[in-house]
Design a protein around this ligand. Sequence first.
Ligand SMILES: Nc1nc2c(ncn2[C@@H]2O[C@H](COP(=O)(O)OP(=O)(O)O)[C@@H](O)[C@H]2O)c(=O)[nH]1
Ligand SMILES: [Mg+2]
Length: 466
Amino acid sequence: MSTPVLAVVGHPNKGKSSIVATLAHDLSVRIAPEPGTTTRPRRYPMKVDGRILYQLVDTPGFQRARRALAWMREHETTAAHHAAVVSRFIETHRRSGEFEDECQLLTPIAEGAGILYVVDGSKPYGPEYEAEMEILRWTGRPRMALVNPIGTADHIEEWRAALEQYFGIVRVFNAMSANFTKQVELLRAFGQLDESWTACFDEAVRALKADRRERHRLAARAIAETMVEMMVLVVSQAVSGEADPTRAEQTLEKRYLDQLRAIENRGRRAVERIYDHAGVNRRETAFELLEHDLFAEETWLLWGLTPAQLALTGALGGAVAGGGIDLAAGGASLMLASLVGAAVGAAGAWFGSDRIAEVKIAGVVPLGSKRFTMGPSRNINLPYVILGRALHHQRLVALRTHAHRDSLDVPPPDSTRAWIDELPTTRRGALERCFTRLRKDQDSGPAVDALAAQLEALAGKVDEVR
Ligand SMILES: Nc1nc2c(ncn2[C@@H]2O[C@H](COP(=O)(O)OP(=O)(O)O)[C@@H](O)[C@H]2O)c(=O)[nH]1
Ligand SMILES: [Mg+2]
C-alpha cells in the first residue's frame, strides 16, 4: 500500500506552508510573512520510527488561475477529459515558463496527490477564487478545503457555502493553534476523502498517538531527573583561615544558586528536544513569569504552595495532625500559619526563597582552612516551585505546533487556581512521598523512577480536550 500524498494549494500567503509544517511536524518548512517564499513544490514525509505515514507537498500559490482556466476551457472536449486537459496544460507550459507556478503546483496532483485547498477565513470570499477551485475540480482528485482563520473568523460561513460546491469536505483548521486532538481529527477526515486511504490514516493516527505518549513519558522522565538533580545538589569549597567567612558564604551561595538555575535550564532544553523544538528561542524578558528567576519572590508566590496546601500534601508531616483545623477550606489561617511556622522553623520557609539550603561549615582541614558546604536543599516548597514551573513550560512546548517560527512566548498560567489544586489529592500525596523520601535518603536512582511514574500522567494532560 503506497502512502497517501496530499498537495497543499491555494493563493499565496494563506498559510499553506504553515499547514504543511504542522501536519508533517517539520520545522524546516519555510514560512514567511511575504508571499512568494515557496517557489517549488517540496515533499515533507511524516515519519514515525523511520516509517512514512503520509506525505505533504508544499506548493507555490496560484498566480494566474483565470488565464490558466481560460486555456483549459479552450482545449476542453467533454467533462470526462477534464483531467487529461489539465495534464496537457502542464506538458504544454512546463518548459515555456508561462504559468510556471500553476504548472509547479498542479504537477504533484496530476501525479496522484490529493488536494488540500487553503483559504483565509478572515478575508471575504470573492469570485477570483473560483478559477482556482474550478481547476482543482477538473483534476478529479480527492479534495478537501481548509479555512484558516488567520486573526479573525469573520467570513467562515460565506467561505463554507462557496467551498462546499467544489470540495467534498470543508474544515476550519488553524495551523498555529491546532492541538493534538484537532490534528488527529483532521487526519481521520483525510481518510474519508478516498476509500483507499482510510486504513492508511487510521494507522497514521495510531502511530502518532503512540509516539505522542512516548514523548510525554520521556518529558516526564526529563523533568524528574532535573528535579532530583536540583534537590540533591551540593556545592562546597575550602576556605582558608584568613578569608572573610561572610564573603566566602556569599560566593558559595551564588555558586549554588547558579548551578540550580543551570540544571533547570538544561531540563528545559531536554523537554524542548523531546517535542522536536530543539533550539527554540525562549523569550527572556523580565515580564515573562516563567523566566522570572527561580529565586524571585514572584516565582515563589506563583508556584509555591501555601501552608494549607502544603499540609494537604502531607509535606508538614505531623505538624498539623490532630490540630482540628479544617485545612480543606483552603487559605492559611493565622493560627495555621504560626503552627506551621513553629513546625518548619528555620529549616525552610514556604514563601521564602532565601532559605533554599543552609551553609554548613565542617571539619578543619590542614592549615586552618575550613570546608563550606551548601545543599542538599531541605526546603519543603522548592520541589513544588520547580515542578509547577517545569509543567507549565512542558505544556507550552507540547502545544506548540511546528508552524511557529517566533520565540516561545511564555505567558503566566491562565488559570486563577493554583496549579497544585488541579491535582487529585491522591496524586499530591504520592508526589510528596517522592519528595520526602528524596529529602531523607538522597538515593537519586529510585527517586527518579518513582517521580517519573507520577509525572507521566501530568505530562499527558496537555492532550485532554478542552
Ligand atoms: N496569525 C496567524 N498567522 C498565520 C496563520 N497562518 C499563517 N500565518 C502567517 O501568514 C504568513 C504566511 O504563511 P505561510 O504558511 O508561509 O503561507 P503560504 O504563502 O500560503 O505558504 C506567515 O507569516 C505566517 O506566520 C494563522 O493561522 N494565524
Ligand atoms: Mg508557502
